[in-house]
Design a protein around this ligand. Structure first.
Ligand SMILES: Nc1ncnc2c1ncn2[C@@H]1O[C@H](COP(=O)(O)OP(=O)(O)OP(=O)(O)O)[C@@H](O)[C@H]1O
Ligand SMILES: [Mg+2]
Length: 237
């Protein structure tokens, strides 16, 4: 028995982080317009972990998430996704990686304006060259309280409904890494708690790594670890 326990601990220790950042910096502009948005970030998150990042406006939270999700390149340092250094990947490869491995919930939603809710998901299936995942969608819609919105166009949804559909879209593809930038900003308290619980569930039960930026400290109670971003530097609370 003891032997078994030991083995398990060892396995955990040897687990590859879903995301690792090594001394990541990001500068915008130059000379008198230079902004040092990230000043040397070291970060690791493992499968099954739900991390929150809090911090003042302009401190670098969104910059951190977009670099984690390969939407932007760092000025310096390395970004490893499931052990693979993606820092020098060409854009074409990074786009394929994003589709397969990352679920984004960004500030402002990521819905295609000319597709109804159901077709937003069919579109993902087309990109992935697979058939429609009706059961998966059905479950997500139930979890996020959006089942009656399937035929609606994005312009006919409220801000909070749009946000919940965007969250369902991020989870639909079974990503390794979920990156959420203020996912509850447009939601009432009840839906906000439901959404964060759903994200916690996805991390803990499906063994995903999830990073959520939030201004709402009440939401951090569901997180395993809370970081603070201040002036481009990350520290654990
Ligand atoms: N594309 C850009 N060009 C120039 N400066 C930028 C760019 N993107 C971000 N910045 C600057 O980098 C800093 C960090 O911005 P970031 O968006 O990461 O902040 P944040 O912590 O997400 O803030 P908020 O809570 O308001 O969303 C800010 O000073 C911002 O003005
Ligand atoms: Mg931001």
């Amino acid at each position: 028995m003891k032997q078994k326990m030991k083995q398990k601990t060892k396995q955990n220790l040897n687990q590859t982080p879903s995301l690792e950042m090594i001394n990541v910096t990001k500068n915008f502009g130059a000379d008198h317009t230079l902004v040092k948005a990230l000043k040397g970030i070291h970060f690791k998150i493992f499968p099954g972990e739900f991390a929150a990042i809090v911090g003042p406006s302009g401190s670098g939270k969104s910059t951190f998430l977009t670099i984690a999700g390969t939407l932007q390149q760092p000025t310096d340092g390395q970004v490893l996704l499931v052990g693979e250094d993606v820092t020098k990947f060409p854009e074409k490869n990074r786009a394929a990686l994003r589709l397969k491995k990352i679920g984004f919930i960004l500030q402002g939603t990521n819905l295609v304006p000319f597709l109804n809710v159901k077709d937003q998901f069919r579109f993902i299936d087309q990109l992935e060259k697979r058939s429609f995942q009706a059961e998966k969608l059905d479950q997500l819609m139930k979890d996020l309280d959006t089942s009656d919105l399937l035929e609606k166009m994005p312009r006919d949804l409220s801000g909070g409904e749009r946000q919940r559909i965007a969250i369902a879209k991020a989870l639909y593809n079974d990503p390794e890494l979920i990156l959420a930038d203020e996912p509850t900003a447009a939601l009432d308290t009840v839906h906000a708690f439901e959404v964060v619980k759903r994200l916690a569930d996805e991390a803990h039960r499906q063994n995903k790594a999830t990073i959520m930026v939030t201004h709402d400290v009440r939401m951090t109670e569901f997180c395993d670890v809370v970081y603070t971003m201040e002036d481009g530097l990350l520290s654990q609370k």
